[in-house]
Design a protein around this ligand. Sequence first.
Ligand code: HEC
Length: 392
Amino acid sequence: MKKLLTSFIIIGMIFSIGAGKKKQQSAKKTMNSVFKGFLGLVPYMNSQMKFKDPSNKEEIHTHLTTLKNAFDHASHVKTFSLPGFNPTYEQAKTHLKETLEAFEGGQPDFARVRLRATGQLCISCHTQLKANRGSFGPLNTLSRKDFSSDYDFAEFLFLIRNYRKAERYFDKEINEAFEKTRKMSKINRTSVFAYRGNKIENSLEKTLTIHTKVKYAPEKVLPIVEKYSRNKYLDSELKGKMEGWIAALKKWKKSSYKGKIKDSKELRSFIDQNLAKYSDSFSSFDGRNDIDLLVASGALYHYLYKKPKSKDTPEVLYWLSIVDEHLNKSFLFSLSELYLKRCITDYGKTTWGPKCYRTYRDKISHGYTGSAGVFIPEDEVNELKRLKSFLK
Ligand code: HEC
């Protein structure tokens, strides 16, 4: 009996050590701290006045520090070392460090802009994961009344991967925007107003992301876009874009692609069919191409997640950088460059290393080209040298 008890205790100890170790290395634990910091900042993020109010300074500082430290202390988390997550992880660390510095350095406006942009980093990782119903625990502590608009709440829900509910609030936002425009037109009578602003487009883009990149179901989102596209308060530019989306969704609905790329062969043909035309190009595509890019983004991330060590990784990183370049409109940071850097530093000796390097170099010199020629700052010149050394 005593022996049995001892072995129970030993087994119990082994299990608890195992569990402890696992806990220490889990993304979940990090995310709980990240979320705690982020949650504390939500009430201030959406208001310039509150963010600048000296009496809130200490509290904002505490939450910002929590957020930054959570990422800093997560270098050992395995998920964050995967090739799909790692560039975003590194970017999050730098971004939050600089945000905290801006706040401490007496630049609250700048810090707030940066903090709001942080959401894009959360989204960049989370849209690579499956949905989270989010109807439990800490994820449920905020509700609509904590946000100033349906749109802000919808964005928050999108960020924490509660996609079903996010979609409902994006839909509400769109309908309200149309309703307001209708009322304005009625008052003015002389002409029909078109909706001005970007909430409708942004809401639609997130809704499309859910059904193309995260959960691949073009047939589900097609009727939604079709319905909105018939609204007479839509301006002609967005209407044109939506026609492009509708055509693309119909194409994907009919295609043999079912939301996943299985192997190298399928990867190759997917790229040939859908991405080749974006290669090495600085020409800008209008938003009509968004659907193809979103589907590709989902497909590539999924492939990377399933096969992080395959020989296709540098190629996938290269294409992710191209896709991000065209999809992401943020000017604060570009994941596109980070994917290229990763392709160079980790896969410099493969055939993709030099291609990634050339693309990165051209991007940089393109960015520093003005009327008087190309002036690349010294630290960027050094970075190019450093990167080039990985190719040999
Ligand atoms: C480097 C990638 C990455 C970034 C950046 C990131 N997350 Fe996460 N997040 C994850 C992963 C991976 C999970 C899934 C963890 C799990 O369930 O194991 C997750 C899950 C979560 C969850 C759900 C936790 C749970 O209990 O399932 C919350 C909440 C969350 N993240 C908040 C945030 C917020 C807020 C930000 C931005 C400030 C953010 N995350 C940025 C990778 C990231």
